[in-house]
Design a binder for this molecule. Structure first.
Ligand code: DI6
Ligand code: FE
Length: 406
């Protein structure tokens, strides 16, 4: 007997090569030991529901999707940048703000000054916004500490968020996000510190599931990123990369060369970069929130991703500077409106492909037997509504590891 059997559900399984959305009208979903034990049309159930499970639950004809995956966030940080938003609207440039001590450096100062309890509280509020919309897996990066102590502090808070809430947290160590002011412009010297001090401290406490870096003119060169990736490889951690966001430094191809789980942003990625990602199986993480906030005009090469069959994931990039957004449903809409993704591609981006971007393709992201029983129930008539409407949350329930958590 299964623990649970959900009936009277319309399933968007998001399994590829079936119907649109992998949909099963009048579906049923069995749960055992926190995992999906059966999924299919109700008519194919081997017996009467009450004979199959201890608990039969009626989904009331609602749609059920896999639990949403936000595979790229900077949720843990001190302070905010609302004043900077005002200054930009008054005409100040990003560079002028940075020179006046604003920008990423101001978030680093606020994050260093905050204790773990304060960071847990502020990041928890942001995380709760995501969870209300059906998120069951979230990635959280460090990268606003830029010293060993604060990078460790951020990742401890990320881990603590996973213990305090019904969500699976994957962490990425992003010491190579920017050079801190005390580096005095010596980025190579700072990378020495990332590799020699920060990463070992993070490893000692088992705080990182992956290593990320920002490859950009205003951040780190491809050669500097290579040094970080070589250290990650030695530590047996998978890598990800903030690549080609503001210019094409060949970040996508660099990520692919290291077999990265994902390359993220990618507005300026060339076709050769896309082809390299396809070859390596690297997921493209598209971040329309940053594109929108920065009023970027260069579109990521969506057609090339399609042509080369590079899986596209979508994420919030939740951060105080370039994407102060904690709604994955809003991101679905932005991806469709700004990047012309189909609603089905968008939903795959926050389920199946988001899981793949975290190395969790076998564990999450679709409704398939053997995966974790992480799913969300929605008061909608068709899945496209998730991307279509703005400012509207139809999430009617969340199940994580077989437990009803919302
Ligand atoms: N790309 C971004 O857009 C953010 N980080 C990154 O690597 C910006 C972060 C910030 O402005 O605080
Ligand atoms: Fe980011």
């Amino acid at each position: 007997m299964w623990e649970q059997l959900w009936i009277n559900a319309r399933l968007a399984t998001m399994e590829p090569a079936r119907t649109p959305y992998g949909a099963i009208e009048d579906g049923a979903l069995g749960v055992e030991d926190g995992r999906i034990a059966w999924v299919g049309p109700r008519a194919n159930l081997p017996d009467a529901p009450a004979a199959l499970a201890h608990q039969v639950r009626d989904a009331g004809g609602r749609w059920i999707t896999p639990g949403l995956v936000d595979c790229h966030t900077h949720l843990v940080h001190g302070g905010d940048r609302a004043r900077e938003f005002e200054l930009r609207l008054e005409g100040a440039s990003y560079a002028e703000i940075a020179e006046a001590g604003g920008g990423i450096v101001s978030t680093v100062a606020a994050t260093r000054a905050a204790d773990e309890a304060a960071l847990l509280e502020s990041a928890g509020r942001r995380l709760d916004d995501l969870l209300k919309e059906g998120v069951t897996t979230v990635e959280i990066k460090s990268g606003y500490g830029l010293d060993a102590e604060t990078e460790v502090k951020m990742l401890r808070v990320a881990r603590a968020l996973g213990r305090s809430r019904a969500v699976t947290v994957k962490t990425s160590f992003l010491g190579a996000h920017a050079a801190p002011p005390e580096a005095g412009g010596d980025r190579d010297g700072y990378i020495d510190q990332v590799i020699g001090e920060q990463l070992p401290g993070v490893m000692e406490e088992g705080l990182a599931d992956a290593v990320d870096a920002f490859c950009e003119g205003i951040a780190f060169s491809p050669d500097q990123v290579r040094r970080v990736f070589d250290a990650a490889k030695a530590a047996r951690l998978p890598v990800k990369l903030h690549a080609d966001q503001l210019s094409d430094l060949g970040g996508a191809a660099l990520a692919a060369e290291y077999g990265a789980l994902s390359a993220d942003h990618l507005e300026y990625t060339s076709e050769a970069g896309v082809a390299a990602m396809a070859e390596a199986g690297t997921v493209a993480v598209i971040l329309p929130g940053a594109f929108y906030t920065l009023r970027e005009t260069k579109l990521p090469p969506i057609e090339a991703f399609r042509a080369h069959k590079v899986p596209m994931a979508l994420a919030s990039d939740a951060n105080p500077g370039s994407s102060p957004i904690t709604s994955l449903l809003l991101i679905l809409n932005m991806a469709c409106t700004l990047f012309r993704l189909t609603p089905e591609e968008a939903l795959a981006g926050v389920t199946r492909n988001g899981a793949a971007a975290l190395g969790m393709a076998q564990e999450a992201g679709t409704l398939r037997v053997g995966k974790r029983a992480d799913f969300a129930l929605w008061d909608i008539d068709q899945p496209a509504e998730l991307a279509y409407r703005l400012g509207w949350n139809p999430c009617a329930g969340v199940v994580r590891g077989g437990q009803v958590v919302r």
